[in-house]
Design a protein around this ligand. Structure first.
Ligand code: C5P
Length: 296
């Protein structure tokens, strides 16, 4: 028997970052949006534990841990799973790209394991397991558009009346999230304890107006990511010159995302950027959180 769960990539429409806490994590006030790039995770009963990873043509599966350190495998341990399983991950979400691909795999594995064994654990239990696996994992379960506080793990849905078009440009080589946060600390030794709030952005999401949303997008990690990868600054300028309403680094990067005014607008920006960048993907958001797509 096996169960397959699909989980989406996330972007941060707002990422307010405060000074590091005593545990080393940064307090966040963020607004996540799940967008239409997905990983599928199948959890199957097996004779012994094993893992396989397959990817879209633009993903180098060698960048994904192929052993028990993989976060989807760690998710089964977190779920106190005792019997052996085969875990199969099919990736579409860029690896180490700032789009929570690993978190999506963890959320999908938690849900697949729960459903495979008919556990039907309450949401609070799955969300608590998710939070122990990583700051973004609870959001990957919830999906849609949601505000994240704490270190990002305390999620609460927000009103989003729009259906927003994005163009996504992954980078060939990932950036390490801890490195980007460490660089943020170097650039902002006096960061306030309280992260910036997404007030204008929440109103823009309810308004359905892309131009308004574009004006209120905000990422405190963008400066650090661009400092570590200066070519991201040029990419953002180029996308905006080609007609995107706004370009930004996704989370800790290096993937960049471009908000467009419509599907046609997104196709035009995609066509223009495809002349210079190998991988340029369209996406729409918000989309659902982790959900079962196949039971065999
Ligand atoms: O929680 P997660 O495992 O995704 O975090 C990865 C790393 O990113 C952490 O070890 C930490 O260095 C950094 N991080 C942080 N503050 C957060 C979230 C992540 O400093 N709120």
């Amino acid at each position: 028997m096996s169960t397959t769960v699909r989980a989406a990539a996330k972007i941060n429409l707002h990422l307010g970052v405060g000074a590091p806490r005593e545990d080393g994590f940064h307090p966040l006030d963020t607004v996540y949006q799940a967008i239409s790039l997905y990983d599928d995770v199948t959890v199957a009963e097996a004779e012994e534990d094993s893992l396989s990873v397959a990817g879209s043509p633009y993903i180098d599966v060698r960048d994904v841990p192929g052993d028990a350190s993989n976060i989807a495998v760690r998710a089964l341990a977190e779920a106190a799973c005792r019997s052996p399983h085969h875990v199969r991950i099919t990736k579409q979400i860029p690896v180490a790209g700032g789009m929570a691909g690993g978190s999506a795999d963890a959320a999908a594995a938690l849900l697949a394991h729960d459903r495979l064994h008919g556990l039907a654990q309450p949401d609070e239990v799955l969300l608590a397991q998710a939070a122990r696996l990583g700051s973004d994992v609870p959001f990957s379960l919830v999906g849609g558009t949601a505000r994240g506080r704490g270190r990002g793990e305390v999620v609460e849905p927000v009103t989003d009346r729009g259906s927003w078009w994005w163009v996504v440009v992954p980078a060939g080589t990932g950036l390490s999230t801890p490195d980007v946060y460490r660089h943020f600390d170097r650039l902002h030794p006096d960061a306030p304890a309280q992260p910036a709030e997404p007030t204008g952005l929440l109103a823009a999401l309810a308004s359905r107006e892309p131009v308004r949303l574009a004006r209120t997008l905000h990422n405190d990690l963008q400066e650090s990511a661009i400092d570590l990868r200066p070519e991201l600054g040029a990419l953002i300028e180029r996308g905006e010159a080609e007609g995107a309403l706004r370009g930004m680094v996704s989370g800790s990067g290096p993937t960049c995302v471009f908000l467009c005014d419509s599907q046609e607008g997104a196709m035009a920006v995609m066509a223009a950027l495809s002349a210079s960048y190998d991988v340029v993907l369209p996406a729409v958001g918000p989309v659902a959180g982790a959900h079962v797509v196949e039971v065999l």
